[in-house]
Design a protein around this ligand. Structure first.
Ligand SMILES: [Zn+2]
Length: 191
């Protein structure tokens, strides 16, 4: 496994826009302090045992979700889910195949791909269509992304837009906004 670029959790409020960055490692199981904005919390897990157990709880919850949806939880499907929940990043089918094989897991590339497609079409995992191909992630809830223009790395963000802005958009379009995803691009400061 490649060393991760560890960075601290950042949870800050821009004028009227609430942002939480889910990164690795992060405080496990925390769901934010704002009762009106439960998605502003950070998700994720690091290397501590508490965080590991939270990762386990997270993956157990997704196993349950799959069972509720009537999906079979084969050994291969669990491997894919375990890896996505452990990595908490956005990975291609090939990345996932290589990481599992590096861990000595016996799984074929076709099986990895088929499981990812089944999980994403059931709405259990995230799927991003990028020019370079599809990337899969562990979060299926609406969230935003910060894309590094240098490395291409994608970081999950929870951004809450001001209610007034959403109301303006609704008035302009005649739509009721149910969810939104922002794609922000940038480069690390000082580079
Ligand atoms: Zn994501």
């Amino acid at each position: 496994m490649q060393p991760r670029n560890l960075s601290p959790i950042t949870d800050f409020i821009l004028p009227d826009v609430r942002v939480a960055i889910a990164t690795i490692p992060s405080r496990a199981g925390q769901t934010g302090n704002d009762p009106e904005n439960p998605v502003s919390g950070v998700l994720g897990a690091g290397s501590s045992s508490a965080a590991e157990s939270a990762t386990l709880a997270g993956v157990e919850a997704v196993y349950r979700r799959c069972r509720d949806l009537g999906m079979r939880l084969s050994r291969q499907r669990r491997m894919v889910l375990d890896l996505l929940w452990a990595e908490k990043s956005h990975l291609s089918a090939r990345d996932i195949f290589e990481k599992l094989n590096d861990q000595g897991r016996n799984i074929g590339h076709t099986s990895v791909y088929q499981n990812l497609e089944a999980l994403q079409s059931a709405g259990v995992i995230e799927c991003l269509d990028r020019a370079s191909g599809r990337l899969y992630g562990y979060r299926a809830d609406p969230h935003s992304h910060l894309i590094c223009s240098q490395s291409g790395r994608i970081q999950d963000l929870d951004v809450t837009l001001p209610a007034e802005l959403l109301q303006q958009i609704e008035a302009l379009t005649g739509f009721t906004i149910e969810s939104y995803t922002l794609h922000l691009c940038g480069r690390p400061r000082g580079q």
